[in-house]
Design a protein around this ligand. Structure first.
Ligand SMILES: Cc1cc2nc3c(=O)[nH]c(=O)nc-3n(C[C@H](O)[C@H](O)[C@H](O)COP(=O)(O)OP(=O)(O)OC[C@H]3O[C@@H](n4cnc5c(N)ncnc54)[C@H](O)[C@@H]3O)c2cc1C
Length: 457
């Protein structure tokens, strides 16, 4: 018996992979519905996500199979449009070098190229952080214009305190990548094209999770909702089962967990006191999501706009109408505000948030007319850990301890340690982990003739 903690995309896809191979699986989910951070909200007669979610059309065969299993052909194909808005100029997101040079004009382009040459001729002393990494790759001028403001808005700390691993995964260049020239070559080969055609499940990603959960239940996977795990029972260094708040105990051979690491350590017995306390060197960002139901004219065709200018407080603006060809009488926009506990914006009331959202839309000049009919606010505390330079080491202390508990496996976004870990990565990683797990298990015995006879009779 395998127990999975959490029924988000990770828990569900793992249950799919394990149960398909004949494992007995039970999923425990704290909330009354499945989907985790990919669940959908019902707003103004429609379903929308907690933030935009993308699934590229060019899926691996395993993900295609999962999609077919859960949704059949109930999804739409759409062309992804997203731009970074930098002081009134729109650049594809992520921006391409050719486009930057074309749109920035001859003077700025010359500054970018000179700054890069300067960096190559007189390289700064390298420090293992995002700022040093980006400057070494693309020169200071490009870094300042396209990377610094946006990332400092997201994470609330200077890029000199953000880890270089984060910068590497964000722009897809390894430590030794040839940077500017490699990006230019990618541009010319149109390498970004793969990310441009995407799939949107009918009814949204929450519906995909729901349909997957329904199909799994029919296949014999037991799904316990509103079932927050209180304790993980460990004996002789190996997991034995889980206990719920009502005291009920469920035995198992292995546990896969998708919940945040620091929450997980509180469920284990005898966790060393050194692992409790003030976040063990990790800091977290809160998310305030401001949904607006609007009549709007002249808004760009994008699903998402990334706001890189410091005078606009929202980090990203999503237009949910642009994920589907369905026609709705109104448009739903989402403005995301990323903050720390101590920032005033995190404590804003709905009226103040509505005023801030209006101000941001006006300052960014994103439409010719807007009438706001209604507003809905959702706050998620500790939504994302900050990828600062202390994060990898702080995370390692916790994961090293968890690795001492046998048959406890970490999966999903909360445990990946990677920051642009989308739904697609989640599915693939879960399939890989299921494969590794099944590979270590003794193969089920082939049925004997007598057992076959008893099955037939
Ligand atoms: C604003 C925003 C934007 C995003 N944008 C994108 C995007 O563009 N593309 C993309 O692919 N992804 C995006 N994501 C991330 C996406 O939501 C995650 O990748 C995905 O939900 C991760 O799935 P998961 O199953 O690993 O974790 P989660 O979705 O976090 O699921 C964990 C589950 O564990 C449950 N749980 C917690 N504690 C317990 C307990 N004690 N007992 C039982 N259950 C418990 C939780 O209730 C939750 O359901 C975004 C997320 C947000 C918030």
């Amino acid at each position: 018996m395998v127990i999975i903690i959490g029924a988000g995309p990770a828990g569900l896809s793992l249950a799919y992979a394990l149960s398909k191979a004949g494992e007995e699986v039970q999923i425990f989910e704290a909330s009354p519905e499945v989907g985790g951070l990919s669940r959908s909200l019902s707003l103004w007669g429609r379903k929308v996500e907690i933030g935009p979610h993308y699934l590229v059309q060019d899926l691996t065969p395993r993900i295609q199979e999962l999609l077919q299993y859960s949704m059949g052909d109930e999804y739409e194909v759409y062309h992804r449009h997203s731009h970074m808005v930098v002081q009134g100029l729109f650049f594809n997101y992520p921006p391409g070098i050719l486009e930057i040079l074309k749109k920035s004009g001859p003077f700025n382009s010359l500054v970018f190229v000179c700054s890069l040459l300067w960096e190559k001729l007189f390289p700064q002393a390298y420090r293992p952080n995002a700022e040093s990494f980006m400057v070494s790759k693309m020169g200071k001028a490009l870094y300042l214009r396209f990377f610094r403001t946006y990332n400092e808005k997201l994470w609330g700390v200077s890029c000199a305190r953000i880890s270089e691993e984060y910068a590497q995964t964000l722009i897809g260049l390894g430590k030794r990548g040839a940077s500017f020239w490699k990006m230019l070559a990618n541009n010319l080969r149109k390498k970004q094209a793969r990310f441009r055609t995407c799939l949107y499940p009918h009814g949204g990603f929450g519906n995909l999770c729901k349909k997957l959960a329904d199909a799994l239940s029919h296949q014999g996977v037991r799904l316990h909702l509103s079932a927050a795990i209180q304790d993980i029972v460990v004996e002789g260094g190996k997991v034995r089962g889980i206990r719920l708040a009502d005291g009920s105990f469920y035995p198992c051979e292995s546990i896969f967990t998708t919940i945040p690491l620091l929450k997980l350590v509180t469920l284990l017995p005898n966790t060393p006191s050194s692992l409790f306390g003030k976040d063990k060197g990790m800091t977290f960002r809160n998310l305030t999501l401001v949904y607006l139901n609007v009549h709007i004219e002249g808004f760009p065709q994008d699903q998402c706009l990334y706001m890189a200018s410091p005078e606009i407080k929202a980090a990203r603006i999503t237009n949910f109408n642009h994920f589907t060809t369905n026609v709705y009488p109104t448009t739903i926009l989402l403005l995301e505000y990323w903050t720390g506990d101590e920032e005033a914006l995190w404590h804003y009331k709905e009226k103040e948030l509505l005023d801030q959202a209006k101000k941001d839309i006006q300052t960014a000049e994103l439409c010719t007319h807007i009438e706001i009919l209604d507003c809905h606010v959702l706050k998620i505390q500790r939504a994302f850990p900050v990828p600062d330079t202390s994060f990898p080491a702080a995370r390692k202390v916790v994961t090293d301890y968890l690795a001492t508990v046998q048959e406890l496996y970490l999966v999903g976004r909360n445990n990946s340690g990677v920051f642009n870990f989308g739904v697609e990565n989640t599915f693939e990683e879960c399939f890989r982990q299921a494969e590794d797990y099944l590979g270590r298990r003794p193969k089920p015995k082939a049925p004997t003739l007598s057992s076959l006879t008893s099955i037939i009779s």
